[in-house]
Ligand binder design. Sequence first.
Ligand code: UT7
Length: 319
Amino acid sequence: MKQVGICGIGAAAPKKVLSNFDLERMVDTSDEWIVTRTGIRERRVLEKDEGILGYVVEAAEIARKQSGIAPEQIDFVISSTLSPDRVSPAQAFEVARELQANQAFCFDLNAACSGLMYGLATAESFLKTREIKYGLVTAGEQVSRFLDYNDRSTCILFGDGAAALMLTNDNPEHVILATELGANPNMSEEVVIGGVRHLLNNQPGDYYFRQNGKSVFRFAVSKIKELYETIPEKAGVRPEQIKYLIPHQANIRIIDAAAKEIASAGTEVIANVDRYGNTSSASIGLALHEVWGRFQKGDLILMVGFGAGLSWGGALIQW
Ligand code: UT7
């Protein structure tokens, strides 16, 4: 069976910073509450007249250049997003057009905050089973468009951003050792966002992001802990051998609680939620991109996503 791995990474985020102090002027909140309850200090958000596509393309182009392959060598583009500029054409077609990836098949995938992991696992399967060599997976989100900036319990949580991974089965240096995907659809009402349902029931507020924060919190902590055990086991390695754990960046308390339960001295848990907030499916990619330069040959890196669905997914990479 062919080995599949990462051969390029990119990330991009809007310039505009929305700080907790800015939010203090918009809703009844405080920097102190937000930092204590979430660890978020600021997030990037799109300007009113911007879309997310430009940032997805920027991230994808960085990943492509790093991989050293030409646009026409890209065999497919999978774009993870729950918040594209347009529903159709799917974001992936627009990314391919902008990159001039004219040989690629394209589609979008929505597994919410687990989306990059779903994209990675899907790309791995294509590259293992089809006569193709290179795939691009992007994750680009503008959840700020779905926030009610009068609702202090949700508008403080999210930011916008994009990330991209180039994957290959052609002697990859950074190999995927194992992936895992899962869902609990019985908890699908715990996190809801967007769509047209608010038009059907004439409830404009239903358009905005809503969640059962406490139940998602518990789910997230237990899922990170569980995947930290099960994914390494699939690859025949022990959890303590994981050098870096990169969880979805939703809340520093989730990350800290999971880190405490794991309590493995050899594993460093990566967090950048303080500067980006929750960027949904882009978050793991943004964090991976930030620490990319620190990895040494042989390091084991575990990425773990969770979110609406409820969904989860993870991938173990050997550097
Ligand atoms: O990507 C989707 C996945 N989502 C997640 O991973 C989210 C998981 N959950 C969480 O991160 C946390 O549940 C939250 C950060 C969303 C909320 O934290 P919490 O500790 O569960 O707070 P809470 O919702 O129980 O609110 C506690 C209090 C409430 O006041 P009362 O009812 O106790 O008087 C809220 O009204 O804090 C109040 N509150 C705020 N106060 C100041 C809620 N939001 C704010 C705010 N500023 N922004």
